[in-house]
Design a protein around this ligand. Sequence first.
Ligand SMILES: O=C(O)CCC(=O)C(=O)O
Ligand SMILES: [Fe+2]
Length: 312
Amino acid sequence: MVEDQKVSSGTTVPVIDLREFGDSHNSEKAYKKLREACEEWGCFRIINHPIPMHLMSETKAVFRSLLDLPVEMKERNVDVIDGSGYVAPSPANPLYEALGLYDFGSNEAIRSFCDQLDASHHQRETIEKYARAINELVFDIGQKLAKSMGLESDLFKGNWHRRFRINKYNFTPQSVGSSGVRIHTDSGFLTILQDDENVGGLEVMNKNGEFVAVDPWQGTLLFNLGDAAKAWSNGRFCNVKHRVQCKEPTIRVSIASFMLGPKDEAVEAPQELVDDDHPRLYVPFIYEDYLKLRLSMTLVAGEALELVRADR
Ligand SMILES: O=C(O)CCC(=O)C(=O)O
Ligand SMILES: [Fe+2]
């Protein structure tokens, strides 16, 4: 029996065991636990997922070596949609940089990312395999999320904006105690985070407004729900606020796979989640428009949802 992950404040991020969904005795409990995790935390660990451990560690090694490339090369990794390319260390965030791959559902986009960075054959193959594995997992989780809400739909079917962001934190002795990434929510629907195997620092906010440390747990994946999930669920799912703090003077690398929003459809709550007791909270919106609104007003911790409320 795997215990829930211990966190510093004594509370725990829910742990979801994917095996329990296939077990007729436990599956109802598993769906309930998933739904509660989405409603109360907007964040959960998945254990016993099908992504092989060696693929996870190899992909991390590949991305680490691409992040070690000279800045001139990393700058070739340009935006495709807002914020999707290389982010260099900045005066506001001198310890942080990131590479971005938009869109990991497209072989052509993976090829173009690899061309920009002169990736080797092995590096390309690894990224392609990882993208395929994440796409399959995300599709499965999308079905489970919908089913946990009593819906028989394939949540992530069709054409979605899918982005990898590989985060690197160059923590130093001087930066211990300071912020690596400031408090934010993710703008999209779902983020799958392969966090650093050894270096902690991620903190998520619980429903009492307290930050809870999410310690590394090798081989597992952390899932965060973002603003689009809150809108889709008609306000039931929590768009978890989170941040990264520098705890140790060392490099920290995480891979975030974002399921941002549908490309050809609006983000909106399905009719089944709207009734007299739960009137529609948000007007349907196109994900890219919402992202632009969020960025242009620097409303990065979920406040932009107030601007798309149906009762404004
Ligand atoms: O590096 C992490 O653990 C979290 C990164 C994150 O929150 C993000 O990329 O949106
Ligand atoms: Fe985030």
